[in-house]
Design a protein around this ligand. Structure first.
Ligand SMILES: [Zn+2]
Length: 274
């Protein structure tokens, strides 16, 4: 390399640095600070031997759920540099229901979102829906081929990690009352979370069918003590919807909807705290 090449290389390096700094400034101009939410746990449904639903074009629910989780993690980290984003699984591995709940508990999640793709034998079924926990024990279980993921717990405390009973020993009446209060507050916030997320997802997907917010006895929701929701982004059994759900562009739209939901929930939580 002669001196001219060296100076060219130095100039190219300097230009790259300027571009990088410009990019960093642009990123910080868009990034925002959250007041109340410190940690979001995202749970890509299924994994490993549990494929979940399968589409006619060969798409597999566990892979799409993970792809949306990656997109959401990246979007949230860009938008809120101080936010901690934890995925219950980063790879295509088996993960039990208690492990998913345990991760949310250990990470001290402020929000918990479990991501799924829907499927039906009715090929015309389509649209987005968001679930939060039902307190009605007589409500039928919704399993939809979710395997062990969709099991309801008989006892509402089953599936709650023992460390979550952080108000004392279980023989005491006070910890039970405090736990019930915590659960009631979390349940009310979960309803708001589900409504907010559905609204943002519908805005993001532009005209996809609204199947609404619904309540279900999903074990992954029952075991959680933080505001939680299960998202079914759409039906991979529907030929047109499957085509849309496998696109990176769609995953990025969902990620932005999740990010906006986090921002709106943060404002709601901040108002709770005055
Ligand atoms: Zn699923």
């Amino acid at each position: 390399m002669d001196t001219r090449d060296l100076s060219r290389a130095a100039l190219a390096g300097a230009l790259a640095l300027v571009a990088a700094l410009g990019g960093a400034q642009a990123a910080s101009a868009q990034s925002r600070a959250l007041q109340s939410i410190k940690t979001v746990v995202i749970d890509p449904g299924h994994g490993g031997h549990n494929d979940g639903a399968q589409g006619h074009r060969g798409s597999v629910e566990k892979d799409l759920a993970l792809a949306v989780a990656y997109a959401a993690r990246d979007q949230l980290r860009r938008d809120y540099p101080d936010l901690r984003v934890v995925l219950t699984r980063n790879l295509d591995i088996d993960l039990s229901l208690p492990d998913r709940i345990h991760t949310a508990h250990m990470a001290e999640a402020d929000l918990f979102l479990s991501l799924h793709m829907n499927s039906s034998t009715n090929l015309e079924a389509e649209g987005v829906e968001v679930f939060y926990l039902s307190t009605d024990k007589s409500m039928p279980m919704v399993t939809r081929g979710e395997g062990t993921w969709g099991q309801a717990f008989e006892d509402p405390d089953e599936g709650v990690p023992s460390g979550a009973m952080r108000h004392g020993t279980s023989g005491d009446a006070l910890p039970r009352i405090l736990l019930d209060l915590e659960r009631a507050r979390s349940h009310a916030d979960s309803a708001v979370l589900a409504e907010t997320l559905l609204e943002e997802l519908r805005r993001a997907c532009g005209g996809c069918r609204n199947r609404g917010v619904r309540q279900a006895n999903f074990g992954v929701l029952r075991g959680s003590l933080v505001p939680s929701a299960v998202v079914e982004f759409g039906f991979i059994s529907h030929p047109t919807e499957e085509r849309r759900l496998i696109r990176d562009e769609t995953h990025k739209r969902f990620a932005k909807a999740i990010s906006r939901t986090v921002e709106r929930m943060d404002a709601i939580f901040a108002a709770h705290e005055y």
